[in-house]
Design a protein around this ligand. Sequence first.
Ligand code: ADP
Length: 319
Amino acid sequence: AKKIGVLTSGGDAPGMNAAVRAVCRAGLAKGMEVVGILRGYNGLLNGEVIEMNARTVSGIIQRGGTCLYTARCPEFRDIEGVKKGRDKCLEMGLDGIVVIGGDGSFRGAADLSAQGIPCIGLPGTIDNDISCTEYTIGYDTAMNTAMEMIDKIRDTAQSHDRCSVVEVMGRNAGHIAINVAAAVGAEAVITPEKPYDLNAIAQKMEQTKKSGKTHFIIVVAEGVGKTEYITRTLQDITGVESRATILGHVQRGGSPTVRDRVVATEMGYHAVELLEQGIGNRVVGMKDNKIYDVDIQEALSMKKPFEEELYKILNETAF
Ligand code: ADP
């Protein structure tokens, strides 16, 4: 019988637990032994490993965070660290590992696969910034959280005739920003993918003010990195009292949405199917709304298109 491991690595995301559960249950259902590796690649190197049975993953599907903990592991960036990881796998009799994380974690998975231990990557990040997949586990929950927070911020912005500039997460990508901006009916969205003109935004605010608009929501992606400056500048130009809110880590927590739980379950199952066949060095992703898998090197070289159409719709309808 095969023995497989599962670990979470890099930043956490809601739905990682659902993915861990799916990997564990799929493995057990296929007659495999399953172990959980704690704190990313650190647990592999330090032997922080737990045997998993069906009950180990009971009651976690609805919980945010990751029950396996997550961490960065600088040692794994060097080939010596990867070789030590391979030796640990051989020692434990591991026939493969499912790595839930982002691009960095997939590089580690590729390196370990090259050393003869088949590894499968699952995209787990709220940022949806992994090119080989249309969807990453955690994205939907994070967007819903941000949307709910901004709805609340709008209440108070409205009461005080204010402009609220809200920074959402997304690392260097604007996926959360643009979708959340559309979902809350923001006046403008500022993302790293597009140049922006604060004078133009201010002008639009002044125009819409004339038509009776009293409060404004501007969504800024964290990758832009200038939320305080943008807020001050808009206030200076328009004279509308403006406040910056940085949503921060609240977006990384919380109970995963239906979508995140279901996608995590499907991807986790698919990963185990690959390991069952002895296949490694693949990332599981979503393409045309279907689960698929792709070579890790190929996955890392892909580029994700910006949501031009949504960006256009948002800007044309914001007035
Ligand atoms: P993410 O997986 O979310 O992109 P990181 O970039 O922090 O997050 O990567 C997580 C972990 O993956 C790192 O701490 C390290 O253990 C491993 N890793 C990152 N880059 C590499 C690399 N080039 N080679 C091998 N392992 C890597």
